[in-house]
Design a protein around this ligand. Structure first.
Ligand code: PLP
Length: 290
């Protein structure tokens, strides 16, 4: 079934082939993207996603196609046309289309696509059971703080996880944990949380930021530092965060069970409070600046 598609100022469906072959997103990976969750056709944490997209566009010198209120309006119009109650909106902004050359013309206009799609979020059983992960080398480029469409390293890591019967891959570099292929990674030891600091090695996850805020509010210690590989196998609990997975317990890393093999109490508490944030205040202001 075709999905509703917003393309450069008009609405159509994903049945229409809208992109030119010389779009720089297609030829150079010269584009950024974002994934926004919606529940009962209300976007969740939209302002956080907008802020992250704007930063990525600035960093890559791609002209922003919209103000925040114009962006909100596009998402609202897209969701008004969407049949599914719950799902995701995928937004991609490329630098635009021009005859193929590494240099881009200064006058280029961005190509903007956004479409909504039904998505089945993890159910209660999965959220309790958690996921299996494997460790793989981080083979991505050096600006992982920008949500660009250069996802080959992530896609290979994820494929390796799938072939190993796991759900997610943790990306390792120089003996340290960075993040996961499509989520941020959190470790829990002796009642405190450890997660990688915000720097060019990790994506500033919207859920990561919220969960740190919730943990601090619950007086849980949060240490933003790279976790050593050796620490990975001596944890009490671990979880990943992302827009589609929320707070998801990690049950096993490289076949080794984490903690006592059940969802840990801190993970569960954060999962419950984050789910409430998503449901109750989708447009709330962020608790921490990114
Ligand atoms: N890290 C990577 C590499 C990701 O691709 C994602 C989400 O797609 C995340 C972290 C989590 O980000 P968010 O919480 O904003 O979904």
């Amino acid at each position: 079934m075709a999905d509703i598609l917003y393309f450069n100022g008009r609405f159509t469906t994903t049945d229409e082939r809208v992109l030119g072959v010389e779009d720089r997103g297609f030829q150079f990976g010269d584009a950024i993207y974002d994934v926004i969750k919606f529940l009962e056709r209300r976007p969740v944490l939209l302002a956080d996603h907008y802020r992250r997209m704007e930063r990525a566009l600035r960093e890559l010198e791609i002209r922003s196609p919209w103000t925040e209120s114009e962006f909100e309006r596009v998402v609202q119009q897209l969701l008004e046309r969407t049949v599914a109650a719950d799902g995701i909106v995928y937004v991609q902004i490329s630098r635009g289309e021009a005859p193929r050359a590494h240099f881009w013309p200064e006058s280029i206009s961005p190509t903007v696509v956004a479409y909504s799609r039904v998505f089945v979020f993890p159910d209660a059983a999965k959220k309790e059971r958690g996921i299996r992960v494997i460790t793989v080398p981080d083979e991505r480029w050096k600006r992982c703080d920008i949500k660009s469409v250069n996802l080959l390293g992530n896609a290979f890591a994820k494929k390796r996880a799938q072939r190993a019967g796991a759900d997610e891959a943790i990306l390792m570099a120089d003996g340290f944990v960075r993040e996961a292929a499509s989520s941020n990674f959190f470790a829990i030891k002796n009642g405190g949380i450890v997660t990688h600091p915000l720097d060019p090695h990790v994506l500033p996850g919207v859920v990561r930021d919220r969960v740190i805020g919730l943990a601090l509010r619950a007086r849980i210690r949060v240490d933003e530092r790279p976790l050593r590989e050796a620490e990975l196998f001596d944890l009490d609990e671990a979880f990943i965060t992302s827009t589609t997975q929320g707070v998801m317990p990690v049950a096993e890393i490289d076949g080794r069970v984490i903690g006592n093999s059940r969802r840990g109490t801190i993970t569960e508490a954060l999962q419950v409070t984050f789910d409430e944030v998503e449901r109750s205040s989708p447009q709330a202001e962020p608790m921490r600046a990114q």
